[in-house]
Unconditional design. Structure first.
Length: 87
């Protein structure tokens, strides 16, 4: 499903697609599908340390300071995030 097809026209979003901006997994899938940052989806993504780490790594390609406190809640992810701190 193309979750961002109405991204520029939010009044046409159906109920499922509106959930993409509230559900971390759907928000992450939306960003991955789009291939670039989706600011509307970032608050939802930041609620999940695993998704926040992978969003920083795969979509942003750099540090994501706003999400660092969330990523640091998971010791393994914190380690891998810190190892990539030379981005």
């Amino acid at each position: 499903m193309n979750l961002y097809k109405y991204h520029n026209n939010p009044e046409q979003l159906d109920g499922y697609e509106k959930r993409a901006f509230r559900v971390p997994e759907l928000a992450y899938d939306l960003a991955m599908e789009k291939g670039k940052r989706v600011p509307e989806a970032e608050p939802a993504i930041m609620r999940n340390p695993y998704l926040a780490y992978h969003y920083a790594r795969e979509v942003i390609g750099d540090r994501w300071p706003e999400a660092e406190p969330v990523i640091m809640r998971d010791p393994k992810l914190a380690y891998w995030y810190a190892r990539r701190s030379h981005w």
